[in-house]
Design a protein around this ligand. Sequence first.
Ligand code: ZN
Length: 173
Amino acid sequence: MTIRTILTEPNKILRQKSKTVDLVGSEEKKLMDDMLETMYNAKGIGLAAIQVGVPKRIIVMDISKEENKKKPLYFVNPIIKNKNNEFSTYEEGCLSVPDQFAEIDRPSSCVIEYLDYYGQKKILNAEGLLATCIQHEMDHLEGILFIDYLSKLKKSMIIKKLSKQKKIDRIVV
Ligand code: ZN
């Protein structure tokens, strides 16, 4: 498994719409293995393929809190079949928007149809953190980041901050 570089905002690649996966083959499995390793390394609970620069509709997640009880989840071509009219609020962050957090409202539960690691069709009834996390990750497949839900002013402040951080990083390198 290889730890890949996570792209951070501002970056045009993150705004790309990811493409449907035709077949879950060895290349996709290798990508999912790498994504999981990359996500654990970065201490995240979800990662979409586009965040490592691959425009495929693939997501990995692990919302289990205990370090020694890992429960990786793999979603290929996820589709929301149904979502609750009620909303819940979480303070969200994102590995592609480092050190920035904001409260975001999303449907509190949803039904997801997807292919698993082995290419098998699955249905998942997601609630709570799982529902929020999968919706956050599915936004990545459309080129959407959580900061897009904020006011223009708040969003531009965050992007400005991130751009500055990037410049500092470039000098250090
Ligand atoms: Zn994210």
